[in-house]
Design a protein around this ligand. Structure first.
Ligand SMILES: Cc1cc2nc3c(=O)[nH]c(=O)nc-3n(C[C@H](O)[C@H](O)[C@H](O)COP(=O)(O)O)c2cc1C
Length: 404
């Protein structure tokens, strides 16, 4: 049977109105304790009213030392969080829209200044971007504790009524750090071979399935992380097969790590103004140095290419390797491409992040034929300013009160 974009579709048993998904996008809309706020509920309702096929939430933390360095991350680290999420899920379900929670541990891609705790990683290897902290190598005991905390979070996500859970295995966060030989230099049974690097994820699936049975556990994974000694597509294909064997319900395909700047979230130009005004590494440097640094950064920091559909080739390869649904994200911004991807059955679903920030109702506009292309200019100010502010579109302009 041919796939069509705007017909109901099943994703791991979850019923979607169409094949366009909102990819996980950190919202920065938790309260000071990490509970979701009414602002977050309103955002999800706008997405649901806008006919999105399914919502994947921004990443939620599974334990305190893995909290995001970005503004106001939601947490899923204790049972008392469940009622607040349940309320949001129920509100979204009123529109017939499924909602899946993404859960994560940020590993070494966070800051002890934010978490109040030492950063941790598979190996004590300093991250080039989050370079102020040398992460502590996790012990066997620590690893088992993190596995158990992922499992507890999966159970909570199910109890809160979400339609599924997505494990964040991409973008250089902890589980992705385990998968990459660039960050995982371990010599024990958690490092070395692909089987060893995958062991932690395999354990999460095994222990979670004992608790939640066939509840949909999806993943977002890198097809390649862009690092010289890191994960490449050949290894990603093997990992995708392992995931399928572990009972993974669907794979969303992405790429890159934060160390490499905007490899994951590509744009034509480096958002140097926003970085100078908001990023912890640059915002406190003196004005005259900033004035020199900005053009230098813009000229010499090469932006990865292509800008559009940049994970499609990898997703097609992964789709050929497995029998579970595959979702592709990254630089998908127009209806013609979406139709082409879905109708030619290259992959099963498409997901977008930035197009939904500027237009939460973009799917409705596509469906009604009033618009065929996203208004997002891929300036990436949203990604940079998310360090200090809740998610919104800036359309390439700094808020008035800030200067770079
Ligand atoms: C502001 C912002 C926040 C993001 N937060 C997350 C996140 O919480 N989890 C995740 O897996 N990806 C996150 N991403 C990456 C996106 O899900 C997506 O993979 C990337 O932006 C490429 O898709 P796009 O071209 O449709 O934006 C974020 C991206 C942006 C711009």
């Amino acid at each position: 049977m041919n796939h069509t974009v705007f017909e109901p579709a099943l994703l791991a048993g979850i019923e979607l109105k169409n094949r366009i998904i909102r990819s996980a996008t950190h919202e920065g809309m938790a309260d000071a304790e990490g509970f979701p706020t009414s602002k977050l509920r309103k955002l999800y309702i706008r997405l649901a009213k806008g006919d999105v096929g399914a919502i994947i939430t921004g990443y939620a933390g599974i334990q305190a030392d893995g909290k995001s360095p970005l503004f106001a991350m939601t947490m899923m680290d204790s049972d008392d969080r469940i009622p607040a999420y349940r309320e949001i899920v129920d509100a979204v379900h009123e529109y017939g829209t499924p909602i899946i929670m993404q859960i994560a541990h940020c590993g070494r891609q966070t800051r002890s200044k934010i978490t109040g705790l030492q950063t941790v990683a598979p190996s004590a290897v300093r991250d080039a971007f989050y370079s102020e902290d040398m992460p502590k190598e996790l012990s066997e005991e620590n690893i088992n504790e993190i596995i158990d905390n992922f499992v507890l979070a999966v159970v909570r996500v199910k109890r809160a009524g979400f339609d599924g859970v997505q494990l964040h295995l991409a973008h250089g966060y902890l589980l992705s750090e385990f998968l990459s030989s660039d960050s995982n230099r371990r010599k024990d049974h958690w490092g070395g071979s692909t089987e060893n690097k995958y062991r932690m994820i395999g354990e999460i699936f095994k222990r979670a399935k004992e608790q939640v049975g066939d509840y949909p556990i999806l993943v977002k994974m890198n097809a390649h992380d862009g690092r010289k000694n890191g994960m490449k597509i050949d290894e990603a294909l093997r990992i995708a097969k392992m995931l399928e064997k572990s009972g993974c319900a669907a794979i969303e395909v992405s790429c890159g790590v934060v160390e490499d700047g905007l490899y994951t979230t590509r744009g034509e130009k480096l958002p140097a103004d926003a970085a100078m005004a908001y990023n912890f590494k640059y915002k406190n440097i003196p004005g005259p140095i900033k004035a020199i640094a900005k053009p230098v950064l813009r000229t010499f920091m090469k932006q990865p290419k292509p800008l559009l559909k940049f994970n499609l080739d990898s997703a097609i390869q992964i789709k050929k390797a497995v029998n579970i649904p595959v979702i592709v994200v990254g630089g998908i911004n127009n209806l013609r491409d979406i139709k082409d991807i879905i109708e030619n059955q290259a992959v099963d679903f498409v997901s977008m992040a930035r197009p939904f920030i500027i237009e939460p109702n973009i799917v409705k506009k596509f469906h009604e034929g009033t618009q065929t292309k996203s208004k997002c200019i891929m300036c990436n100010y949203c990604a940079i300013i998310g360090e200090e502010e809740p998610l919104r579109c800036y359309c390439g302009k700094l808020p008035k009160r800030k200067t770079a």
